[in-house]
Design a protein around this ligand. Structure first.
Ligand code: HEC
Length: 193
């Protein structure tokens, strides 16, 4: 009898242990997945670091030493591409990889109409980050039956050069930017299940 009871207790304990292992495995599975908000933050951190290092350590250095300068018509002049052009070229390269990852720059008052918000989500997102630049505007969009996580991060005029160039460009749709204003947004999207 005692053996029987001991057997039940042991069996019960084993069942509890197995169940807790199953719960732990399930939890581990949950924590191993990275939330899309965080993935977007990671990508944005890389993009921003690249932009700022390119601007300070390549463009500024070479301009200060009068070796060359950044110019929109960099190909024709044999000069350096503008940081915005670098980002857009990187975005095109990334799109070519077929991962579904997309990165581009947009604005409510863009120099080029191709950089206008492409849809209602982007319009709302650019308005939101203009009001609150600290927080990205995020959401899920559906395109051709595929779900994408989309995040819009504020792109601010951190240097007077941003302000001067954007206010004076002949095609600019907005000419009253001030230092630290939000010029537009960096839009990052990637497929999610
Ligand atoms: C010397 C001129 C110049 C400077 C300096 C400059 N930009 Fe631009 N920016 C451009 C041009 C030209 C484009 C359009 C590029 C394209 O789409 O081919 C552009 C595009 C953009 C866009 C996309 C929307 C649009 O206007 O077409 C954003 C956002 C932007 N720049 C932000 C910035 C920020 C922030 C800075 C400073 C850190 C900056 N830019 C500095 C010339 C400049």
């Amino acid at each position: 009898m005692i053996e029987k009871i001991a057997g039940w207790i042991l069996g019960g304990l084993c069942a509890i242990m197995l169940a807790s292992v199953a719960v732990a495995v399930a939890r581990a599975g949950e924590t191993a997945g990275i939330p899309p908000e965080m993935v977007a933050e990671y990508i944005h951190a890389i993009v921003q670091a690249d932009q700022s290092i390119y601007s300070t350590h390549v463009v500024e250095q070479l301009q200060n030493r009068k070796i060359t300068e950044a110019a929109e018509d960099w190909k024709g002049k044999g000069a350096l591409p503008l940081p915005a052009q670098m980002l857009q070229m990187a975005g095109q390269e990334i799109q070519g990889l077929g991962l579904g990852l997309r990165i581009r720059l947009a604005s409510l008052g863009p120099i080029y109409t191709k950089n206008r918000p492409a849809d209602q989500f982007e319009q709302a997102g650019l308005e939101a980050v203009a009001k609150d630049p600290q927080k990205p505007y995020t959401g899920i969009i559906i395109e051709r039956d595929r779900r994408y996580f989309k995040a819009i991060f504020a792109d601010r005029a951190v240097a007077m050069a941003c302000v001067a160039c954007h206010n004076n460009h002949p095609l600019s749709a907005k000419r009253d930017y001030k230092l630290y204003d939000v010029i537009g947004g960096i839009i990052i999207s990637f497929p999610v299940r």
